[in-house]
Design a protein around this ligand. Sequence first.
Ligand code: HEM
Length: 512
Amino acid sequence: MRKIYILDYTVDVDCNPVLLATFVCILLVLLWQRVTSRINSLPGPHRWPVLGNIPALAGSQSLYKRLLELRKDYGDIIQLRMGPSMNLVVVFSQDLIKELLVDNADKTEFRPNWLYVPDTMFNKTGIIWSNGKHWTHLRKFAIHALKDLGAEKSNLEQNIQVETNYLISAMCKENNVQMDKLLPKAVSNIISNIVFGSRFEYNDPDFEMILNVLDYIFKHAGLHLPENFMPILANIMPNSEARCCFEEKEKIDDYVKLQIEKHKENYNPSETRDFIDIYLHHLNNANESNIPDKSLFHMIFDLFAAGSETTSTTLLWIILYLIKYPSVQDLCRTEITTVAGLRQVSYADKDKMPYTLAVIDEVQRIASIGPIGLPRACMEDVSISGKIIPKHSVIIPHFMSAHYDEKYWENPTEFQPERFLTDDGKHIKHHKAFHPFSVGSRTCIGKNVAEMELFLFTTTLIQRCRLQHATPYEPLDMEGVQSGITLLPKPYKVRIRDRSCSVGVERQISIY
Ligand code: HEM
C-alpha cells in the first residue's frame, strides 16, 4: 500500500497501475464536476458523475413534458449537464424566450455544431446546421430562390391546388386510407416541385424511400439520443440509432446526387425549372461563388427535412381539432363556401376567411408541433433576466411554454380560435407569444410556403369533405406524443364524406 496525495485528498491505494490510473481518472472527473457546478450557478437537477443529467431525461417519452416537470422544481431557466461536459440550458416563458432569441439574437443564432448526431448528418454545410458567413450566404440564397420560384406568387399556389386535388381523390378512393402516410406524400410533393421541378406519383418507390428515411430521421434523431453527448456510443452500441440515421440518410443522398447530375446534363441557362436550376445559374454567373458546390446537395436535404414532416404533422392536428369540434368545422365551411362556393379556393381568398385562418393559428398554438425549438448555441456568455447562460451552452427555447403562457393567453389550455380574431371578427390578430415558426434571426425560411400550404389544404379539405370522428364512443385524446423532433397526435380514425359527389361517398381514414 502507498499513500497518494491529490490536491487536498490523501488516499491509500494498491500500487496496481491500472487500478491507480482508473482511480485518478474518477477522482479528476468528480473534482471537475464539483468545480464546474460551482462556477455555473443556474438551477438544475443533481448531476451524476460522467453521465450528468442523462438519467434525468432518459426513458421520458416526451422530452418537452419532462422539461416542464423539471421547470416546476427549478424555475424558468434550467441547466442540465449532458454527459461529462455538455451544458444544456432550457428557457421557458414568452418574456425569457424573447430576451434570449430576439434581444440577444446575435449571440444565440448559432447551432451547436458539437452535437454529434445532427453535426454528422448535416455536415455543417446546409442551412439548418451551419453557422457564420456560410449560413448567412446559404440562407439568403435559399430565401431568394424560394421567392423566385413563386413562394409568394401563383406558381407555388397552382402546385398546391393540384396536389390538394390529388390528395382528396386518394382519400376518397378507398376505405381505411392511412392519412399519416398520405399527407406527408402530398406535402413533400410541394417541396419536390420546388426542388426538382416535378411531383412524384404517390406509389413511386423513390418517393416511398425518401419519405421513409425522413420519417425515420424525424422519429429517431432528436436531442434525446445519448450518442449526441457521447459519440463513442455510436461505434460501440450494437443498434445505435445514430448510426442507423446516418445509414438511412445516405439513401436520400444518393438519390439527390443523381437528380443534380441529371439537371447538369440537360441544363439550359435561359430556363429556370426549379431550385437546382437557380443554383446552377448562380454557379455559372458568379465570378467567385460564395456557395460551394456541395452546399446544393445539403440544402435540398434541408428543404425536404424541414418542410415535409412539420407541415404534414400540423395538418394531422388540424384534422383532429376539426373532428373534435364539429361546430368549428361547420363555421369554417360556411365561411369557405360563402367566399368560394364550389370553385377551387385560392390564396387571395384568405383575407375574406379570417375565421378559418384563426382556426389554423389556434391549432398551431395549442398543438405546438415543435414544442421545443431546434437547438441553438451561444458562443459567448449571455445574460437574461440577470442570469448568465455560460458560453458554449446548447440552448433550448421551450416554445410550448410561450404558447401556454398565462401572462399572454387567457385560458391557454382551451381551444378558442376567436382569440386570433379582432373584436369585429374581420381580421386576424397578431400575438406576441405565438412562435410556430420560431423567432429571431434564425426563424423558419419556409413560413410563407407553409402558410400557403396549410391554408389551401385545410380550406379545400373542409370545402369538399365532411370530417367526422369514426369511433365517437372512444374519447379523442388531444395530448400529443413527442416523436423525436415533432409532437404527433395519438392515433385516431376519421369518417370522411365526399361532399363534391351528390350521392355522398363515405370512407374511413385512419391516423395511426
Ligand atoms: C408548418 C410547417 C413548418 C413549421 C412549423 C416550421 C417550423 C420551423 C422552426 C420552429 C424552425 C427552427 C428555427 C430556429 O432554430 O429557431 C424552422 C427552421 C427551418 N425551416 Fe421551417 N417550418 C415549417 C415549414 C417549413 C418549410 C415548408 C420549409 C421549406 C420550404 C422550411 C424550411 C426551414 C429551414 C431551411 C429552416 C432552418 C433555418 C435556419 O436554420 O436558418 N420550413 N422551421
